[in-house]
Design a protein around this ligand. Structure first.
Ligand code: SF4
Length: 216
C-alpha cells in the first residue's frame, strides 16, 4: 500500500484499494502499482532468471514489454504470438506456455468483489489462468475493474472483443458494429467464459493492479 501514496488520482486509489482488499480476502497476493513501469518491475522482481514463463495472448503483458524484459533477464519465455512460430509447432508452444514455472497474463475484467472474468476462443489462456501448475500472475489496469460479473461480461463483449477480433483479422459483427450481438459466425471468439472467484487452490497467485489503463 506504501506505493499508493505516490498516486495522484484519489478515485483510482480508492478503486485499487477496494479491489485489492477483496482479492486478498480470496487468497490472492496483490501488488498495487501507480504505473506500468512499477508493474513491470514488480513482475521482474518475482521471477528468477533461470525460470520458464508462459504468456498467452495478452495486450497488457506486451504493453509492459515483459516478454523482452524477461528474456533479457535470462528467462525462457513461451508465447504463441511469436512471428517465427510455425503452425505445426503451435500446440507444443501452448503446452510449454501453460506448464511453465510462471504463467503471466492480463485479465479481461476484475470485479469490485475480487473475481477475475475472462472470455476465450481457443481456451489456452483461461485454462492456464485456472489450472496453470506453476505460479500465476494476473495483471489488470484500472480500466478492467467492473462492478460485478454481468458488467464484466458486458465489458468483455462490447469493449474488449471488437478491437481484439479486429487485431487478428476476425470477421464478426462486433468488429463492424463496435458492440456484441451474440453472433453465430465461424470467427466468433467468445466460446469459453471463466469466472475465477477465489485464487486457484495450492498455488501462489498474484494480481498486479495498475492505477492506469492497459490492454483492451
Ligand atoms: S459473441 Fe460474437 S459479436 Fe459478440 S463479442 Fe463475441 S465475437 Fe463479437
Amino acid at each position: 500500500m506504501e506505493a499508493l501514496r505516490k498516486f495522484k488520482d484519489d478515485s483510482l486509489v480508492r478503486k485499487c484499494k477496494t479491489v485489492g482488499a477483496a482479492l486478498e480476502s480470496k487468497g490472492f497476493k496483490t501488488i498495487l502499482c501507480p504505473d506500468g513501469e512499477a508493474a513491470a518491475k514488480a513482475v521482474l522482481d518475482l521471477v528468477s532468471p533461470e525460470q520458464t514463463v508462459g504468456v498467452p495472448g495478452s495486450v497488457t503483458v506486451r504493453q509492459l514489454k515483459l516478454i523482452d524484459k524477461l528474456t533479457e533477464k535470462g528467462c525462457k519465455v513461451y508465447h504463441h504470438w511469436d512471428p517465427n512460430l510455425a503452425p505445426e509447432d503451435r500446440k507444443e508452444r501452448f503446452i510449454n506456455a501453460n506448464t511453465s514455472d510462471w504463467f503471466i497474463t492480463g485479465t479481461n475484467a476484475v470485479t469490485m468483489d475480487g473475481a477475475l472474468v475472462n472470455i476465450d476462443g481457443v481456451g489456452n489462456r483461461v485454462s492456464a489462468m485456472a489450472w496453470g501448475p506453476g505460479k500465476i500472475i494476473y495483471i489488470a489496469g484500472v480500466n478492467k475493474i467492473c462492478v460485478d460479473v454481468p458488467e464484466a461480461i458486458a465489458r468483455v463483449k462490447n469493449e474488449a472483443a471488437p478491437p481484439n477480433t479486429a487485431r487478428v483479422g476476425g470477421k464478426t459483427p462486433c468488429v463492424e458494429l463496435g458492440k456484441c450481438i451474440e453472433c453465430h459466425v465461424p470467427d466468433r471468439g467468445c466460446r469459453i467464459t471463466s469466472i475465477i472467484e477465489y485464487a486457484p487452490m495450492g498455488r501462489e497467485c498474484y494480481v498486479v493492479l495498475i492505477a492506469d489503463s492497459f490492454g483492451y
